[in-house]
Design a protein around this ligand. Structure first.
Ligand code: ZN
Length: 336
């Protein structure tokens, strides 16, 4: 069986005609398998959804109880028959609950990795390499220039800045799902135990992470009013990046804008978005991690879904591994 007969790209996303399901569809479909809760991969409105317990919970938190008609939970490694295709979920190390999805049919195994990373992250289960015939990988940071530093060094910059500017409110932009909780956890692991203030948009997801055993320390709402202008002097305030582009952030005391993202590698991006303290902390693989993963998984073929596809395809071809870009659209790196 040709791999394209088991899985191929369509405008709605990757489709498995044998099993009658899509993986991370960008439009409402009958049967969806979801890798993780970021809004570009997990959308509301499908009829049946199969995902890990945590991804289902996260979808409920973001979209409400009626985000789909019926849901089914996949335990790590459990083999589930979907329309005659054996499907199993394996940790992707990207955010809480994030999975790679393996499809197996007639001795052909395809792994859809969704978004993933290899770096240490105590807020989710680490990536597990799954051997396969076709490995489908993202390439968000798929260029040799992308080398992510160790996140502890980046958090060290934040703590140094807090000492240098003890009066300024340190506003840390971080995506609401995954990055925000990882940043808070990294701050805690660096020995900072003052209360950390969060924007309201993060509250439910931080509560959920806590409920899953990920301790975030003392979290308080970053509610600001005229009677308490000094309350946030020298405090750490974490919020979604969008919140820091509006007036909300400017009400704090001499706000110092930081942003935790893999894109902060690109100085121009940091400058353009008015970020004073860029923190290169990514939930995606950098270039060496992408190569390391392909070497470990040892697939006979690589398909590249989104990001900077060409360089990775070229690298595979030079290694003698057939590779192709899938040119999937609709994946905007919510949690980079
Ligand atoms: Zn993601």
């Amino acid at each position: 069986m040709k791999p394209e007969a088991l899985l191929h790209p369509t405008p709605a996303g990757l489709f498995c005609p044998v099993g009658g399901f899509h993986v991370d569809p960008v439009r409402p479909v009958e049967r969806a398998l979801i890798t993780h809760g970021h809004s570009d991969h997990a959308r509301a409105g499908h009829t049946h959804v199969l995902a890990t317990r945590q991804t289902l919970d996260i979808m409920k938190i973001r979209y409400g109880d009626d985000f789909c008609t019926s849901e089914q939970e996949a335990a790590w490694g459990e083999v589930i028959d979907v329309g005659g295709v054996n499907v199993s979920f394996h940790p992707a190390g990207h955010v809480l609950g994030s999975a790679q999805i393996a499809l197996e049919h007639k001795e052909l195994r395809i792994v859809v990795s969704g978004d993933y990373k290899r770096g240490v992250d105590p807020t989710c289960a680490p990536f597990v390499p799954v051997n396969c015939d076709v490995f489908i990988t993202e390439a968000t940071f798929g260029l040799p220039v992308f080398h992510h530093p160790h996140p502890r060094e980046e958090i060290g910059k934040l703590l140094t800045s807090l000492k240098q500017f003890p009066d300024r409110s340190h506003m840390v932009g971080a995506y609401a799902l995954g990055k925000a909780q990882r940043v808070i956890r990294l701050i805690r692991d660096s020995g900072y135990d003052e209360p950390i203030y969060i924007h309201g948009a993060l509250a439910k997801l931080c509560d959920y992470y806590e409920s899953q055993g990920i301790a975030l320390g003392e979290i308080r709402p970053a509610t600001i009013d005229k009677s308490s202008p000094d309350l946030f002097k020298g405090a750490v305030v974490v919020g979604p990046p969008s919140a820091f582009q509006d007036r909300w952030a400017r009400r704090f005391n001499e706000p110092l804008i930081a942003f935790a993202s893999g894109w902060m590698m690109v100085r121009q991006r940091a400058k353009q978005s008015g970020v004073e303290l860029p923190l290169v902390i990514s939930d995606h693989c950098d270039w060496p991690e992408l190569l390391e993963t392909i070497n470990e998984v040892a697939p006979s073929e690589v398909w590249v879904t989104h990001g900077r596809e060409e360089a990775l395809v070229r690298w595979c071809e030079l290694k003698g591994i057939p590779a192709r870009p899938l040119h999937l659209v609709g994946y905007e790196d919510e949690g980079d």
